[in-house]
Design a protein around this ligand. Structure first.
Ligand code: GDP
Length: 485
């Protein structure tokens, strides 16, 4: 019965969404990506550029002057935090620091007044929904029992390069008996060690991407709740779950996680998106090695599966996303010389290729771009000996270190980013590719993956300074250009 009420409630909402859509054309744009991919910076730069008149030559309605103005308005969903745009802009421009990253869902409404190509005045409402990509990787859990998930997670954690990171958790796991009586302390310790393991996998050295359950690393407002206090168990090959056992406790919490965390997210947010931007920190993955890249490939396939699975019959129609455009973007392209931007795009295209082939029946149009939402570097030819090397210049963030030197945040350095291989396949093959990537800096400096401060801006026009970017306008054209015809 409660399911019927739920269905009715959701149908009413769908109708309301539709009605609003009809009188007031709206695009709900989801912006996602794994932690630190660049979601916050992307949304901040996009809104700044649109509301303040940035330089977007490839974003046709903007470049041809058909967009009269874009302004922020109160968002429609009362229960979702507002994206903290004003603060983020201040941090980025005035303090020249990067804003705080996404840790939860948030939303921002932008209203765009424009002129149609036939001259009629129109308004498009753009609702931007920012949410952690980790949450998407939870969708497959809906189809899995605790036992299945446990077995898979354990098997994965026993493979290299994860196994050493799981050592402490495995030690504790060996002391647990699934059939023993439920024990809160054991569950707490197991969940903590398991989360530590997930976090270690994600850390920069390994940059592992495939890490459900997503909320363990990105708890949002649920940190510490029982629905997040479970972990895989070493289960007997067969047998039933004894009542009152640790096993039963874990099963209950795992199911609670699906009920109170995973399902509501897909129902209330994901299924209502029209367009989706997926940001990918591909450079970090290259930097970590082929395993991280293969992992990233799997994570992106997982993300794309969500769009596909949503349409299959296994799930209720409530999950069916209506997304018709998906853009994958390799971020932080300003860490590379522009000669490599196309190659970065090619590598990302290769990374999502298999998943895209499988996802063709999503009916969604998919594209790939390499971009920097905020360009923190400039390019120059720098002489080294008799050679002139294509370099990028940037100010490393205070506290960054390279070659034994610690930066104070005020010194500009030249870095030699090296070339990405022309053949994306090489990166996946390992060895060769990574030598290729690092050869240019093999001599002395390894500044390539320094974190730079946001750029120093000049030009105080009436609308304040522009934020420099790379290909942000191309992303905009793909994401909403057709809705502004
Ligand atoms: P989120 O976790 O996806 O919200 O990631 P953020 O947007 O907070 O970005 C994480 C970090 O990546 C930032 O603190 C910056 O150091 C870096 N970053 C993000 N976007 C850019 C960019 O366009 N250029 C450069 N150079 N760094 C960026």
């Amino acid at each position: 019965f409660s399911e019927m009420i739920e269905e009715a409630r959701l149908s009413a909402r769908a109708l309301r969404d539709y009605g609003e859509h009809f009188f007031n054309p709206t695009v709900r744009l989801g912006v996602t990506g794994l932690s630190r991919a660049g979601k916050t910076v992307f949304i901040t730069a996009l809104v700044h550029g649109l509301t303040r008149g940035g330089r977007f030559p490839v974003f046709e309605p903007f470049a041809t002057g058909r967009i009269a103005r874009a302004r922020l308005e109160p968002q429609p969903d009362d229960a979702v935090p507002r994206f903290d745009y004003e603060n983020h802009v201040r941090t980025l421009i005035e303090a020249r620091r990067w804003p705080n990253s996404t840790v939860d869902i948030s939303e921002l409404r932008l209203v765009i007044d424009y002129q149609r190509q036939n001259g009629a005045d129109r308004t498009l409402t753009l609702d931007i929904v920012d949410y952690p990509g980790e949450w998407l990787l939870d969708l497959p859990l809906l189809n899995k029992s605790f036992e299945q998930w446990s077995r898979e997670s354990l098997a994965l954690s026993r493979e290299r390069p994860r196994a050493p990171l799981a050592a402490e958790w495995h030690q504790h796991l060996a002391t647990l008996k699934a059939q023993a009586p439920a024990d809160e302390q054991a569950a707490l310790t197991a969940a903590k060690l398991f989360t530590d393991y997930l976090r270690a996998c994600r850390d920069e050295r390994f940059a592992m991407s495939l890490l459900p359950p997503g909320r363990f690393l990105m708890p949002g407002n649920l940190a510490g709740s029982p629905a997040l206090t479970f972990a895989p168990l070493d289960l007997p090959a067969e047998g039933t779950v004894p009542e009152g056992s640790l096993w039963a406790m874990m099963v209950r919490r795992y199911e609670a996680y699906k009920d109170v965390v995973v399902r509501p997210f897909f129902r209330d947010h994901f299924s209502r998106l029209d367009r989706q931007m997926v940001l990918v920190d591909a450079l970090s993955a290259f930097n970590s090695g082929p395993e991280a890249l293969v992992d990233l490939e799997a994570a992106l396939a997982g993300i794309l599966d969500c769009f596909r699975i949503g349409r299959s019959t296994i799930f209720s129609s409530l999950f069916r996303p209506r997304i018709d455009r998906i853009l994958f973007a390799a971020t932080k392209a300003d860490h590379l010389h522009h000669l490599s931007h196309d190659r970065l795009e090619a590598v990302l295209r290769r990374t999502v290729a298999k998943a895209v082939a499988r996802a063709e029946d999503t009916g969604a149009e998919i594209d790939v771009v390499a971009l920097a939402a905020v360009r923190a570097t400039r390019e120059a030819m720098v002489a080294r000996g008799r050679e002139k090397l294509p370099s990028i210049l940037g100010t490393p963030a205070p506290g960054e270190r390279a070659n034994g030197e610690a930066f104070d945040g005020n010194t500009e350095v030249a870095t030699f980013p090296g070339d990405l291989p022309t053949d994306a396949e090489e990166l996946f093959a390992g060895e060769t590719a990574f030598r290729g990537l690092s050869s240019a800096s093999a001599e002395k400096s390894d500044y390539r993956f320094l974190r730079f401060r946001p750029p120093q801006l000049d030009g105080n026009g009436p609308d304040g300074p522009d934020l420099p970017h790379i290909r942000l306008d191309r992303a905009l054209q793909f994401l909403i250009g057709d809705r502004l015809q």
